[in-house]
Design a protein around this ligand. Sequence first.
Ligand SMILES: C[S@@+](CC[C@H](N)C(=O)[O-])C[C@H]1O[C@@H](n2cnc3c(N)ncnc32)[C@H](O)[C@@H]1O
Length: 292
Amino acid sequence: MATPMKGLVSNHARYVQSFNVFLAKSTEHQSMGEFLETQLPAVIASIGNGKSTINILSVGGGAGEIDLLILSKVQARYPGVSINNEVIEPSGGQITMYKEHVAKMSDLENVKFTWHKETSYEFESQMNTEKKSKKWDFIHMIQVLYYVKDIPATIQYFHSSLETQARLLIIVGSENSGWKRLWRKYETSFPLEGLCTYISSDDIKRILDSAGMNYQVQELPSHLDITSCFTEGNKDGELLLDFLTTTCDFSKTAPPELKRQVMEELRKPGCSEERDGKVLFNNNMSAIVIEP
Ligand SMILES: C[S@@+](CC[C@H](N)C(=O)[O-])C[C@H]1O[C@@H](n2cnc3c(N)ncnc32)[C@H](O)[C@@H]1O
């Protein structure tokens, strides 16, 4: 009997392994880095005006690479000002890596780090139970909203905890990306186990519009080299396929017809382009900056 397909998100070790291959094979972090370098200074231009401490909240901070870039930009804009950087991250492995990255950095004397090993929903519930209403100067949710329980409620909650000059930054897959096309077609075939919802920038904009929030959107061009997915038995290719389909061991457990269709779809122009013998999946993202 065929093994049923299992979701990737509940298998933390395999999730982190496949996410790391995704990062190595994509321009995801380079593209975010460029956005942070060129656009973040304007976004944070007034978040810390007149403050002795700037409070930053990272939702789903992962291993912290992007968080540390953000901190360097805040430090550059507000030299010498104390920064309180709190991170909501349910994966212990990711927190360990985050701490290792922090330990390797110099120039973080004015930054206090706190890690909350929990989901955003647990954090919110805890704050409500303790009747705490902490306000933040900058909140970011970078490539994480797919995994939260109730996306509109989560955005509402964090938006309501912004200070008057603060900003909320959301980065998600663009409505023009290959992700959107792949998922629109196969969402019901992939095992999401209630732990993952595929959303893209158009869904977020709809949520923000119906809540009457003010925001600006910018497209971040990015691609993912999926050439190895087409070599049977290639380990990186298998991990990438897992990440693309949120399925644990997709190439071994997917029904043959689904696998055939997904492999065919991945090469199609709406998903990927072929360049220099490589298959480059459209990994464009949208950066959405929301005002209080
Ligand atoms: C795709 S990674 C993004 C990490 C980082 N922000 C980046 O862009 O490199 C998603 C992260 O969100 C975390 N995560 C998953 N579910 C979450 C939840 N419900 N609340 C907060 N974080 C969550 C995962 O453990 C993972 O580290």
